[in-house]
Write a protein that binds this ligand. Structure first.
Ligand code: CDP
Ligand code: CDP
Length: 234
């Protein structure tokens, strides 16, 4: 591939995929593709357009086109817009969290997105994170990592990231239950369910610091790409 290898990071919600992918991409001079951002942007757009979630299962490609959802390549990753407006903040809202798995379970929606996701990897030099990157989107990725982590640790990380003041056991458990609810839908759906690819390296991040897990994946990536740790990757 002209620009480098493809690295696929999959795993449940809050396991650290996206932040790790961003950091690894920065270190390698690769681009980061947050595939969840695409599902989030479609969900946000459908909610905003007032389309009843109960009818999402029958959304046609033409209807999806009219939602005007796009991912724009930047130097370092992809910026999501809906109707030409940047929605980076909006797609992280609790309402989107609560509905995104329902949208992502729709086979027609996944099909509709596939070309755009694959296009992002056409030249390589990509770190992509999601649920089905190593199994469906880029089954020939040179490096696949599957990140796992205890649910309460994932909840704690998520709450800290949001700057939550209340980190009581009760609050952490409620967030863990929300994450596991999403994992349950993502793993049990028929279309591209969340699962580990046979050739993925499984990394349990529960006891790792963020820097440790980034270094671990960066090391594996350099090995697979045949690039020396000290060499210039560009
Ligand atoms: O960051 P977080 O783990 O909370 O979620 P995300 O990666 O932004 O993904 C949001 C949702 O999009 C997931 O819960 C899945 O339902 C869906 N998704 C998917 O189905 N396939 C992907 N490759 C990425 C995300
Ligand atoms: O993309 P995904 O939902 O899998 O997770 P994320 O949004 O990348 O990570 C959730 C949060 O956990 C981020 O704020 C990371 O910095 C943090 N994190 C951590 O505190 N310690 C780790 N070992 C890994 C991630």
């Amino acid at each position: 591939r002209p620009d480098g290898i493809i690295i696929a990071l999959d795993g449940p919600a809050g396991s650290g995929k996206s932040s790790t992918a961003r950091a690894v991409a920065a270190r390698l001079g690769y681009r980061h593709l947050d595939s969840g951002g695409f599902y989030r942007a479609i969900t946000y757009a459908a909610l905003r357009a007032g389309i009843d979630p109960d009818s999402w299962g029958s959304l046609t490609h033409a209807q999806l086109d009219t939602l005007d959802v796009h991912g724009h390549a930047t130097e370092t990753g992809y910026r999501m817009t809906v109707g030409g407006r940047d929605v980076s903040a909006e797609i992280r809202a609790p309402e989107v969290n609560a509905h995104v798995s329902q949208m992502a379970a729709v086979a027609g929606v996944r099909e509709w997105l596939m070309d755009a996701l694959r296009e992002a990897g056409a030249r390589g030099g990509l770190v992509a994170d999601g649920r089905d990157i190593g199994t469906v989107v880029f089954p020939d990725a040179e490096l696949k990592a599957y990140l796992i982590c205890d649910p309460e640790e994932r909840a704690l990380r998520r709450l800290r990231e949001q700057g939550a003041d209340d980190l009581s056991t009760e609050h952490v458990r409620a967030e863990a239950a929300r994450l596991q609810g999403r994992d349950q839908i993502d793993s049990s759906r028929e279309a591209a369910p969340l699962r580990q690819a046979d050739d993925a390296v499984v990394i349990d991040t529960t006891q790792l610091t963020f820097d440790e897990q980034v270094a671990r994946i960066e090391g594996l990536a350099r090995e697979r790409a045949g690039i020396d740790r000290n060499a210039d990757v560009s």
